[in-house]
Ligand binder design. Structure first.
Ligand code: PEP
Length: 245
């Protein structure tokens, strides 16, 4: 399956950061994987313009479940689609913990994203305590059941397995742990969607760098990465992309 490498800039980036997209264009001209950059809302339109004519697509980091209404401060999937976004990250662990986003809320946002023509990148992942208690697979399966909505297909949905304890910490699960968890996600997707579940891309996320990317991409059922810190610098992000092709 063609891999997808997505960069999550989180709340980082002013207009000057668009230079990283310009540099990335130069570094990834011949990439044979899909590349997505998810800057903050304020830079999406500019990032779309900057990436025009390249293989880079642009995504957002969240959206609201409704398309319009009295939701002060929120942004809808239709608004994102209108300014050229193609993807939206949903249910990132930082939003699940800081804003208490539950699985049902993530599923409602994913439905809105799909209706607007966006591909959702639905994040799942256990805490350190859940991993240590031997509950990681059960937790991830339950999150998948609750966060992936009816109507999800391999064309409108990507899964990102991101152990909470590996995000921004420099810690990475063992290859065996990644393999076991991705296999369980694949099985759950097939149970849910039948044959089409085989074609949903499952990304790994959590302290991916240019130096560990190739080993992670060699794991069965890993079809790319969701990258935080290492996506902020074009040279490091390009190193991850080149490990995927
Ligand atoms: C993320 O925030 O989705 C992430 C994976 O972060 P990092 O790569 O910095 O661990």
């Amino acid at each position: 399956m063609r891999k997808l490498i997505a960069g999550n800039w989180k709340m980082n980036g002013l207009a000057s950061s668009l230079a990283e997209i310009a540099a990335l264009k130069g570094l990834t001209g011949t990439a044979t994987c899909d590349i997505v950059v998810c800057p903050p809302f304020t830079l999406i339109e500019k990032a779309v313009a900057e990436s025009r004519g390249s293989a880079i697509l642009v995504g957002a980091q969240d959206c609201h479940a409704q398309s319009t209404g009295a939701y002060t401060g929120d942004v809808s999937a239709d608004m994102l689609a209108e300014i050229g976004a193609h993807f939206v990250i949903l249910g990132h662990s930082e939003r699940r913990s800081a804003y208490r986003e539950a699985d049902a809320a993530v599923a409602a946002k994913a439905t809105a994203a799909h209706k607007a023509g966006l591909t959702s990148i639905v994040c799942l992942g256990e805490t350190r305590e859940e991993r240590e208690d031997g509950r990681a697979i059960d937790v991830v399966r339950a999150q998948l059941e609750g966060s992936v909505p009816e109507g999800a297909t391999s064309s409108n949905t990507t899964i990102a397995y991101e152990p909470v304890w590996a995000i921004g910490t420099g810690l990475v699960p063992t290859i065996e742990q990644i393999e076991e968890t991705h296999a369980a996600i694949r099985q759950a997707l097939e149970g849910r969607m039948g044959y089409d579940g085989r074609h949903v891309r499952i990304l790994y996320g959590g302290s991916v760098k240019a130096s560990n990317a190739a080993a992670i991409f060699a794991v069965p059922n890993v079809e790319g990465a969701l990258v935080g810190g290492a996506s902020l610098k074009a040279s490091e992000f390009a190193g991850i992309i080149s490990a995927a092709v």
